[in-house]
Design a protein around this ligand. Structure first.
Ligand code: DHB
Length: 527
């Protein structure tokens, strides 16, 4: 129940009623009433409930809530397959819609209310219509009743059915987008200006909403669910640390981290995997035919230098804003001359140095607090030192990092479960790990992996890719390796999209940060 009712001060009557409703559906679902009779999609503009929320700066936002709007007609899992809409006073038909998915770890996520501390509370405060869809996930299940067995012939009554394995979560989100378009005229907010947002596996979902619009490979699946017959492309996607490109994430991870002390200390078996996986990355990255923003080809030969330049760029932005960038983790700087100024420890002012030279008779200063003072510009970064620093803040994942399941050696990851089926299985989804198990990846699993990878669809003529992108991956986030978001942002840029990308300085695996900056960006793209 991630996020429900936490950190928020919402009108308490509305909140209590909402909790009661949510709890009653959760009880129903656990009593095996997860499926629902087929009903037409509905939206009643007069059924909204007025409420208010105190936001981060102490001011109140009045809004109208429309909750439990089922976005498909064949509801398989009534705990999750609906969305909530929050319309702040003053919103019109032209107001952009901020759609936040709370998917994390590919788990099911119920439709919640907006949260004071994250982008949903901020979006309401800024006057945007907020939409929070629930989605099925790798852990959601129902117990099949008689009605269910009629539509699913291979399932027996009483059997536990996992409802949310790949690609169900993105199907639910696409159905939610289609629902918003279906009722666009009746509902405040502009379904032609949907901005999606999510973090981690939710960042992947946001990336998928942005990168797979109207692609026909999802169409039959959506039709079978009873999704509205509408377009499902969006205007913009905000992706924090998206866990994507799962079929190449293991090789990127070992290619980047193989030199770290932590990987060097592995046992021979795992060190062997590291070496083998790392060796697969250059051919993959070269196959993408990427170009840097200045048009220079980006390939295996210059890739590590490019990542280095992106980390330096992020650190320089932070330094310009006053952050202390330590030289101890590998950064090099210009000399400290050139207009350095520092206040002395015991009050009073030291005169500004003229032309880089201290005033006559005064020694050059090295750190008012006894710390080594560094110059204005970051000029270089020792990547090995930096990567060891990243690993020191959080231990690396095992090898392989994503498709980890190897008989007798490694256990299954969340991703192995995500690609399992309705029986709750865990499966391999890369050729590398399947071969270690003496098996192969089935065509069905391969297709699900494809449907969960936004990289597959950028540049595809049958897909409408969002024109605007805001992508962030923390500069010390090791949940997936830097090449994954870098490839993604670069591929979008190369396809002519408007991409705001940063390996955000010193951020760990996290999302919905620097919200002032995010909402400035949203204002700019929607004005
Ligand atoms: C998430 C984190 C992971 O490391 C991962 O492999 C998948 C998902 C998450 O936080 O959503």
């Amino acid at each position: 129940m991630k996020g429900l009712g936490r950190d928020q001060s919402i009108d308490s009557k509305h909140s209590k009623e909402y909790m009661k409703k949510i709890l009653s559906v959760m009880v129903c679902a656990s009593l095996s009433l997860g499926t629902m009779a087929q009903e037409a999609l509905a939206f009643d503009a007069n059924a909204g409930v007025k409420s208010k929320m105190t936001v981060y700066d102490g001011t109140s936002v009045n809004y109208t809530a429309y909750e439990r709007l089922f976005y498909v007609t064949n509801v398989e899992d009534s705990t999750y397959q609906f969305l909530n809409v929050y319309v702040p006073d003053g919103a019109t038909q032209q107001t952009p819609i901020f759609l936040r998915t709370y998917v994390g770890g590919y788990m099911a996520s119920p439709a919640t209310q907006p949260q004071v501390g994250d982008a949903t509370g901020r979006a309401l405060k800024e006057g945007y219509v907020v939409v929070i869809p629930g989605t099925r996930g790798r852990n959601s299940s129902i117990v099949a009743d008689k009605a269910y067995t009629k539509t699913h012939k291979s399932v027996k009554k009483g059997q536990t059915v996992y409802t949310g394995r790949a690609p169900k979560a993105i199907l639910d989100l696409k159905a939610a987008i289609r629902y918003l378009r279906h009722f666009d005229k009746q509902m405040p907010g502009d379904a032609e200006r949907i901005i999606t947002d999510g973090t981690s596996a939710g960042g992947a979902m946001s990336a998928l909403m942005g990168a797979t619009g109207n692609n026909p490979e999802y169409a039959e699946l959506l039709k079978a669910m009873g999704a509205a017959d509408e377009r499902d492309d969006v205007f913009a996607s905000v992706c924090y640390c998206p866990i994507i490109d799962l079929e190449h994430a293991d090789m990127a991870y070992e290619w980047l981290y193989q030199q770290t002390d932590s990987r060097q200390a592995l046992d021979d078996t795992h060190k062997g995997y590291t070496t083998e996986l790392a060796a697969l990355f250059p051919a993959y990255v070269n196959s993408l035919n990427l170009k840097m923003p200045d048009g220079t080809p980006l390939n295996a030969d210059n890739y590590l230098d490019y990542i280095k330049s992106e980390i330096i760029r992020a650190a320089q932005i932070a330094k310009n804003a006053g952050a202390d960038i330590p030289d101890s983790i590998g950064f090099k700087f210009t000399s400290e001359a050139g207009g350095m100024f520092a206040a002395p420890i015991n009050g009073g002012m030291r005169p500004m140095m003229q032309g880089g030279q201290p005033p006559k008779g005064m020694r050059p200063m090295h750190g008012g607090m006894g710390r080594k003072q560094v110059g204005e510009y970051i000029t270089d970064l020792d990547m090995k030192k930096y990567l060891n620093y990243v690993v020191s803040t959080q231990a690396l994942k095992g090898v392989p990092a994503f498709d980890s399941q190897i008989e007798g050696i490694n256990s299954a990851s969340g991703e192995n479960e995500e690609f399992g089926d309705e029986t709750g299985s865990s499966v391999n989804f890369t050729d590398f790990t399947a071969q270690k198990n003496g098996t192969t990846v089935s065509d069905a699993v391969r297709q699900n992996v494809r449907l969960l990878n936004p990289m597959s669809f950028i540049g595809d003529s049958k897909t409408t890719v969002a024109p605007h992108w805001y992508i962030r991956h923390g500069a010390r986030d090791r949940d997936t390796a830097f090449p994954v978001p870098v490839n993604f942002a670069t591929k979008l840029q190369n396809a002519g999209k408007d991409v705001n990308f940063l390996l955000a300085w010193n951020r760990p695996h996290s999302g919905d940060y620097a919200l002032d900056e995010l909402f400035e960006w949203i204002k700019k793209i929607t004005k």
